[in-house]
Design a protein around this ligand. Sequence first.
Ligand code: SF4
Ligand code: SF4
Length: 95
Amino acid sequence: MPDPCNRCGKCCLHMRKYLVIEQSIGDSQHYCRFKLTNQRFFASIGGNELMLFRDKNGMSAYPDACPFLRMDSPGSFYCTIYSSRPDHCRSFTCS
Ligand code: SF4
Ligand code: SF4
């Protein structure tokens, strides 16, 4: 079955006020809190995702975006903590 997500990013472009990085250890390890549910979680970034996380090209136009969202090609967004994203993001289904 094809992936229904076209990576438009709309679900993440206004999440900055809810997803807070409380402490970072370099660029790759982040203690975070998801304020809507008060979930604390640890986000780890490695490999190609770390390179992408460091590359903020295109994101200045989206100041309200989740701090972990990046644009990997024009109009196409990518979650750099996909494997350690909070429960809310895991259970989100696009309608
Ligand atoms: S899940 Fe998010 S990025 Fe994917 S299509 Fe839906 S709104 Fe866009
Ligand atoms: S953690 Fe990932 S899926 Fe959740 S809001 Fe941020 S970029 Fe989107």
